[in-house]
Design a protein around this ligand. Sequence first.
Ligand code: COI
Length: 356
Amino acid sequence: MLDIKITKTTHPKQKPADETKLGFGKKFSDHMFVMNYTEGKGWFDPRIVPYGSFEMDPATVVFHYAQELFEGMKAYRTADGHVQLFRPDCNAHRFMDGCDRMGIPPIPAEDFEQAVKALVKVDEDWVPHSDGASLYIRPFVFATDVGLGVHSSKNYTFCIIAAPSGAYYAEGLNPVKIYVEDDYIRAAPGLTGAVKCGGNYAASIKAGELAAKKGYAQVLWLDGVEKKYVEEVGSMNIMFKIDGKIYTAACVGTVLPGVTRRSIIELCKDWGYEVIEGKLAIADIMQAGRDGKLEEVFGTGTAAVVSPVKELTWKGESVEISGGKIGPLTQKLYDTLTGIQWGKLPDTKNWIVKVD
Ligand code: COI
């Protein structure tokens, strides 16, 4: 149990006046959680302080060798004004796994969860009231040793910031076009594809930009060895409904084990769908598209929730999905998941953790 010292701001910021124009991760709440680590001493000085800058030496390890990790989660306000989290234990455990892969000393899951809850409680008034808007929470940890030797740092900072946010995509729940990336790769066995480290995203930016120039919202990554099997999309996992069955890539080390992903798999199974987690060849998906069997495609992620895909382009060929509209299963999943998250539907699966 952390003994968190709270210092409240004496200069509260103006909260966004129009919650329909929040965007994603643009404005931040009044406070942040910070805790430090030194080898031999462990994690120490857990505190909530006014949101502000870090002063860092230009030779700090994270700037050069990217030893860091992050999480993404949300706090939701229910119609009766309560604030709640969605499966924070899953983020806490995934963060521990990620720390292990990145050579970062783990933050015990219960401390991670306590810190998230404490920050949300202090900045409770920053949790939006409007439908579809939430407080996006970004825990992250980074190496703070100073020096240019490549080694595991002996000092780290763990921080949590929060941003009142709306939809991740400007398109909202409108279906997006996805470009299947055939040149660059995101992950390969033994690398860091299964953890949420910034380097994975840094490596993806160029391909994302090139796809955006061609009019696509995101790229779909293929496996890094054969460039044959679908893995995930820029900021989400991805699922395909083909001939009544749901397919998604297995989390075997190159795919991020998404919290939304596993929740959606559980819902689909509850509803009687067969869900196949395994290798799915892009060639077979395109063929299903040509045969009219590619019924729905959607991305899943904390930021985007469920994001319908209306078109896939691979090697110059495009297939249209669901007539360019959101499919019925995608809509049902979105309604059910957001219904549970915002407290409009009963939490029959014990996914909700109340903050107040
Ligand atoms: C999330 O869905 O929370 C993410 O972390 C995606 C992010 C890279 C925008």
